[in-house]
Design a protein around this ligand. Structure first.
Ligand code: MG
Length: 298
């Protein structure tokens, strides 16, 4: 089940992608047409906050939603926003979560013993196909980081490894765009990680029910078709259960929280000489079972 936020001629709406990925099922409009009213909010974040009321409803009524093909909208007739297009909180990001990436950013001494965490401002988030600003007036070292993202579905604190996946709503893809020069100049990562448009996200959220093992998904990043990152989430230093457990030890996680799980080796900075992004480059991230996120640098 793939859930999107899209805009047609009117305001944003929540949709489900058809199995052939050619159409969007506008959930609220179908419900209103079939049942006369709908509980489906206009934002996916609000849907996620409804908890099982939302997901049970669309799972139980799945055949109804899919059968009303007269209301389905061709995917090329809408603009897709980030599935959570206005996050209420910073994006939580795990740093150096693949051994080879930690080494390319320094040396084996950079492999973290404890989970490394930073955040990106909510204003960084843009959708699939949205351009990423090059910010060439303030950075010469814009870089990409293909990552699997976790979307939290249930409020919790002190979550154990064993129950961690119960708190997940689903998964998406994030490009953790980074200005390397600003990242190192300001010591703390926040500015270098929080430039406007530096968090492309999407193209949708895949509900966890269709992801057998999130700790075993191929992940690839290409720039203008050239393969730069090629790994699998089985190489996480801290797996998804550990990420949720460690983060929630003293901090409440809430529905709609977004956690980027770290990037594999092959970022632009890791090449000699470095391969930073420039105007016109197209970055394509593919995560097995989740989908493809593609953005152009403007
Ligand atoms: Mg990252």
């Amino acid at each position: 089940m793939k859930l999107v936020t899209a805009v047609g001629e009117e305001s944003p709406f929540v949709g489900m992608i058809t199995n052939d990925e050619q159409h969007i099922i506008p959930l609220k409009r179908v419900e209103e047409s079939v049942f006369g009213s709908s509980i489906i909010p206009d934002s996916l974040l609000e849907c996620i906050k409804l908890g099982s009321d939302f997901i049970d409803r669309i799972q139980n009524q799945s055949s109804v939603f899919h059968s009303r093909t007269d209301l389905h909208i061709p995917i090329n007739q809408v603009r897709m926003l980030a599935p959570i297009h206005k996050p209420e909180k910073n994006i939580i990001c795990v740093g150096k979560n693949y051994v080879e990436h930690a080494i390319e950013m320094g040396s084996a001494e950079d492999i973290p013993e404890h989970m490394m965490v930073f955040t990106k401002a909510p204003t960084t988030v843009v959708g699939p196909s949205h351009d990423v600003l090059s910010h060439s007036d303030i950075t010469n070292e814009l870089d990409y980081e293909g990552e699997l993202a976790i979307i939290i579905g249930k409020k919790g604190k002190g979550i154990s490894r064993e129950e961690a996946l119960d708190y997940v709503f689903g998964y998406s893809i994030i490009n953790d765009i980074t200005a390397r020069d600003l990242q190192s100049k300001h010591k703390q990562f926040f500015i270098g990680k929080s430039l406007d448009t530096s968090c492309p996200m999407g193209p949708w959220i895949v509900h966890k029910s269709v992801v057998d093992n999130p700790n075993h998904l191929n992940i690839q990043t290409k720039v203008n078709g050239e393969l730069r990152q090629d790994s699998n989430t089985k190489h996480f230093i801290f797996d998804i259960e550990e990420i949720i457990s460690v983060l929630s030890k003293g901090m409440t996680l809430e529905p709609g929280d977004i956690i980027a799980t770290g990037t594999p080796a092959g970022v632009g900075k890791g090449y000699k000489p470095p391969k930073f992004l420039k105007h016109g480059d197209v970055v394509t991230i593919e995560v097995e079972t989740i989908g493809i996120l593609e953005n152009k640098i403007y």
